[in-house]
Ligand binder design. Sequence first.
Ligand SMILES: [Mn+2]
Length: 337
Amino acid sequence: MANKIYKKYRKGAWKSARERLHGFWAIFEKEDTVLICINADPDALACALAIKRLLRYRVKQVLIAHPNEIRRLNNVAMVERLKIPLERLGNVKVQEFSKKVIVDSQPTHLPVFEKIDFDAIIDHHPIVNGGYSASFVDIRPEYGSCSTMLVEYLRAANMKPSVAMATALFYAIKVDTQDFSQRALLADGISFRYLFNIANRNLVKKFELADMRRSELKYFNIALQNLKYSKARLYTHVGRVRSPDILVNIADFLNHVDKIDWVFVSGIHGERLVVIFRCDGYRKSAGKLAERIFGALGSAGGHKESARAEVPLKKLSLGDKEFTTNTLKRLATRHMK
Ligand SMILES: [Mn+2]
């Protein structure tokens, strides 16, 4: 029986979400131990939770594994606050699992995935070179998020997501569609609306906000101490930083100040000077200015309202002079009226 269904569905010609769901279920047996492989980002994490839910009571065991270290603080916040059970793929004996599923990714995306013989692939990325031999393949590249696809599976199965799962799926759709400013289908909107009433949106806000370490607050002190104001422009050099991301946080913070046209924040990371640019993007282009100032020395560019430059320190020919906020100001204004 199971075999018959499996054959019927393996071609991928499903008439409805229900048929697709049954096609997916048909490849599993009660004794199966299932490994779900993800490249851990919010969408993949949410999808893995949803698949785990779909397979509850249908298989013996489900484990979610990821090869990448989760570094992004927003994603760490999501995993910790939702208590998402995860294993590092390197610590898992892949061969001991009777079924392997990959979600929000494809076997060709990572060398570690290429070595695994997957039974099911569910994804929304463009098909790289097709022809996967998995029993069940559901790839819909037009979807804004893979979580939208999984919401369709859950609804077809009449499984209402828990608050935690709904929160994960809701956040995933927000992230992958960049709050619906990126490619998205009506289907993404429908899933989003469905989750809206179930998800904890305060928690979602917390995931979105959590992008700084407590140990990095000291850089704000330095930035404010070194802050220089002139002609509706703010300049500050923060000195050596552990991660250049904090310079972005500081620039975004200073960009909240009223009547400021430009914000310039610099810092040193490794052997490089990193400069973050902010402006209103109206009749100005941060990207172009960054290029004019630093284009010849290193990498520089961005958008109208935000830009970034990274320059090897030795290219700045500072001699034994230290880089300061005044140096930053001089460099910036050299190319401004
Ligand atoms: Mn995705």
